[in-house]
Design a protein around this ligand. Structure first.
Ligand SMILES: N[C@@H](CCC(=O)N[C@@H](CS)C(=O)NCC(=O)O)C(=O)O
Length: 207
């Protein structure tokens, strides 16, 4: 039977799912998608994932392919319940999904304006203008995360670690490149440090 396969590129949002799979103790294989060769746009990859992005997770049936980090994190948590990577209480689960959606639809997009401005404009001046806003927008997001999600701690959902922590760690890893000093956000900096102590995270950082 084929393995669970994560289509992956280093330093991308796919790291969150990789960490989640490690935390779950899942048996999976990694399939690298070589961005330097634009492999995410190759016919072979588009046949698998028409979105042309990572992550994508192919299930053991060899044909089901799941995409979008928000969905993959929930899938991993529900598929491996013994790892307790997501709340079972509906309100807490919704709270987690609210955080995931904020990261995916607001924070990730603010970051992408720095590198992928051509998605939104063909005008070089507009692209530069978007790039100029990245640090400020990301810092504003960090301030909100500090105030509204890391206020209870030590984890995003409070006392209990969840896949939301893997997602936050992944995006926090982009801050330096975005011109944001993580040390200005003490709870976020502390979270980032503690995440790096987890064996599942260490293993995921070995590209
Ligand atoms: N909403 C998607 C975003 C996926 C995404 O944008 N992935 C980026 C890497 S972080 C990618 O594959 N970029 C390749 C490209 O734009 O060509 C998710 O959260 O999974």
């Amino acid at each position: 039977m084929p393995h669970l396969t994560l289509f992956y590129a280093p330093h991308t949002c796919a790291l969150a799912t990789r960490i989640a799979l490690n935390e779950a103790g899942a048996d999976y294989q990694l399939q690298y998608v070589d961005f330097s060769q634009n492999a995410q746009r190759s016919g072979e990859y588009l046949a698998l994932n028409p979105l042309g992005r990572v992550p994508a997770l192919r299930l053991e049936d060899g044909s089901t392919v799941l995409t979008e980090t928000v969905a993959l994190l929930a899938y991993v948590a529900q598929r491996f319940p013994d790892a307790h990577l997501a709340p079972t209480d509906p309100v807490q689960f919704a709270r987690m999904q609210g955080f995931h959606s904020y990261l995916a639809s607001t924070v990730h997009v603010a970051h992408a304006h720095g590198r992928r401005g051509a998605r939104w404009s063909d005008d070089p001046a507009a692209i530069t203008s978007m790039q100029d806003k990245v640090a400020a927008n990301m810092a504003e997001c960090c301030a909100l995360i500090e105030a509204h999600w890391l206020d209870r701690g030590p984890w995003v959902l409070g006392e209990t670690f969840s896949v939301a922590d893997a997602y936050l760690f992944t995006i926090a890893g982009w801050l330096h490149g975005d011109g944001v000093e993580i040390a200005h956000f003490p709870r976020l900096a502390d979270h980032y440090q503690r995440m790096q102590l987890r064996p599942a995270v260490r293993a995921a950082l070995h590209d």
